[in-house]
Each structure stands twice: as C-alpha cells, then as structure tokens.
Ligand binder design. Structure first.
Ligand SMILES: [Zn+2]
Length: 233
C-alpha cells in the first residue's frame, strides 16, 4: 500500500494512555537490576537482593600491606551484585546508588573520622560521553548519609586504558600519575578522606588516587567500593 492509498479512516488514534505507559516503562524500569524479578513497591533494587548484601569492613586488600581495617564493600563482583553495579554504571541510576549507599554508609566506622568524601573520577571525555560519573553518584549519596561534605577533588589528567584489559604491572604503569588534585583545591584537602569507586580490582586506580590526595594534604585515605573483583594475576 502506497502512502497515498491510506484513507483517514485507516489511521486509528493511539490511546493516550499507552504512550504514557511506554514512557513510564522507559523512565521507571520496574525490574530489579540484580535478579530481574519485579521490584514491587521497592525503589532501585528489590528487597530480596538487599537482604543478600551485607556491608563488610576488611583489613585485607591489595590497597594495604598493614592489616588495619581500611575498606568497606558489599561483596564479590558476581551475579546480582555485578548486574546491579553494571546497571549503576550504564544507567547512572540515583535510585540504585541510594540503595547501595544505605547499606554501605552505616558500615563506615566512626573511628575513621572522615572529613570529606571523594569519588574516583572519569576522564573528562568519558564523563561528557556518559553524562555522569557512577562513582560520583554513589559518593554523593554516601556523603549525604554520613553528613560529610562531598569534594570534587580529583581529576583524571590523562585518559587511561581500561584496567581490566591489562596485567598487574601494566595496570600500575597505566594509572601512575593519571590523577591530580586541581590547583584550586591544593591545600583545601585535609583530614581523613573516604575515597569511593564502584569496583575494586587490582587497586592500582585507588592507590593512584590516594597518592594524589595525600600529596594535596589529606592525612589518611580510607576506601569504600560496591564490589570486589578477583585480582587479575
Ligand atoms: Zn533483586
């Protein structure tokens, strides 16, 4: 049928409700990013997945040689938690970040005496492409719950290759010196900083960020991530 053959009676009006239902599904996915079951009344992540995750504090990670508790995390980067982290990364959902922050933040011990919260930055180009930084979305929620200021204190001074594709030595070289504290914030960083990222793998990225923060005046750096991935050997 050519377009000219269509008579006005052939064109059926689309009920307004169906457009709104479609839009609603676009903006409010009602499936849990972790287990794909219906979210029900829950926001961001379903109640079953939330029950699975217990925030932990550990003294053992590639970030420290001395066994002092320094890292808060939820679990391994597998199954439901992995899918949820990827949803946070690629959808930038504040609702997911809120849920993760609600489980993680209460586990940050008072004795860490956190002064400010900082996120691992994306390179400017990647942030512009994506429109957000998933670690920052999470860090803002954690800062709110801890009632501490969030500081946009780090920038990625050069683009780096994806750490996941490199071996340990190359990872270290890839990120060494890649993070800096902008000159406007030099001397404005003090006390103990809580540094936040979505996934901990080899720890080289977090260590490079820690180095920049200490250089800029931080006393100590503690870490909070959603998930811990197996270290690439
Ligand atoms: Zn779920």
């Amino acid at each position: 049928m050519k377009p000219t053959d269509i008579k006005p009676t052939d064109i059926k009006p689309i009920p307004a409700q169906s457009i709104w239902q479609k839009l609603g599904r676009l903006f409010l996915p009602r499936a849990c990013p972790g287990c794909k079951r219906s979210l029900g009344e829950a926001q961001g992540v379903c109640l079953k997945c939330r029950e699975l995750w217990q925030a932990q504090i550990t003294d053992y990670s590639p970030l420290r040689e001395v066994r002092i508790p320094h890292l808060v995390f939820l679990g391994d980067f597998t199954l439901e938690l992995r899918r949820t982290v990827l949803a946070l990364k690629f959808a930038g959902s504040r609702e997911i970040a809120e849920v993760l922050a609600q489980i993680l933040a209460p586990r940050v011990p008072a004795w860490w005496n956190i002064t400010s919260v900082v996120a691992v930055p994306l390179h400017r180009r990647r942030q512009a492409q994506r429109g957000y930084n998933q670690s920052e979305i999470l860090a803002l929620e954690v800062a709110k719950l801890l009632q501490k200021p969030y500081q946009n204190a780090l920038e990625r001074s050069r683009a780096t290759r994806q750490q996941a594709k490199l071996d340990k030595e190359r990872r270290k070289r890839n990120v060494a010196g890649a993070f800096t504290v902008p000159s406007s914030l030099q001397g404005q960083i003090s006390g103990n900083v809580l540094l936040i990222d979505d996934v901990l793998t080899s720890g080289q990225t977090l260590k490079a960020c820690e180095h920049a923060l200490l250089e800029a005046g931080a006393t100590r750096v503690y870490f909070l991530v959603v998930a811990r991935a197996k270290v690439f050997k």
